[in-house]
Design a binder for this molecule. Sequence first.
Ligand code: GGG
Length: 351
Amino acid sequence: MKIAVFAGDGIGPEVTEQAVRVLQHLPLPLSLLVGDVGGYAYQRHGHPLPEETLACAAEADAILFGAVGDPRYDQLDRHLRPEQAVLGLRKALGLFANLRPAKMFGGMESASALKPAIAGAIDLLIVRELNGDIYFGKKGTERTASGLRRGYDVMSYDESEVRRIAIIGFEAARKRQGRLCSIDKANVLETSQLWRDVVIETGQDYPDVTLSHLYVDNAAMQLVRDPGQFDVIVTGNLFGDILSDQASMCVGSIGLLASASLGERATEHGTFGLYEPIHGSAPDIAGMGIANPLAAILSAADLLRHSLRQAAAADQVERAVAATLRDGVLGRDLGGDASTSQIGDAVLERL
Ligand code: GGG
């Protein structure tokens, strides 16, 4: 079982190191391949996603990804910015479905940005589309007739892109509590009207799933007012990116949210995927040893589940994370003082 490890920038290497320790602790025949991404790759190869890294991804059964982003490269042409590594991998590998579970861990209610009684009910899954939307539409800057600078990014989806992510949402809801909420901005955006129409059409094959729709502004409000109402959310690339960061603070910290990016490619061991914490590179705390590695460790658990079909090992890792939190081994993001490696140690002890 080959895992490509792309740690990236900022806190990416620190949190990925702890996730790798957890994987190596398990009695599984894993071999690790290492590749450069992001600003680190730009520094070494002149590109955030070099050919060598793509070749490494092609050889692996799954990718464990850290984070990318480095303010030193903010002025670079957009195609060379560190973030292009993760966008490029998702696109090149056809990873169109991003699964972002947000669940309240026992004992974490007081860390939530919400009142504990409301927060306690959170157990939702955000299904974010990853290969389309405003991220990948035509974009550029130009001068207007009067000489003003103008920037533009085109938001677009075709029906096949919406249908395939809607199917992922319906299938996920079917395996959970049977409720799917599709989030769009259909009162304003043409893209969203098409999105809504196609989700409704797709729903005809899922009579057992209760489908609802919310405008994204209302959804953002509902997520803090009554997050317990959500089971599975399906939404586009941009809305999913924003709502999942919001959901992370509802469960206590962005340091707790993992993600799995999946496509249609099957490997010998399962579905090929890229697994990463939803947080970015956090350059302000990079190298200080205080980043929370639990989102990276939970991403490794997702990798075991989806790409290596090791559900028992994935459950074991998730239980060890839950026990670590329950026992009060908390990083600064959660009001504690445990370092990145101490949190990794605590998870290993509980495995
Ligand atoms: N681990 C997530 C990460 O590195 N995020 C940085 C980033 O550029 N993300 C873009 C996105 O998720 O759409």
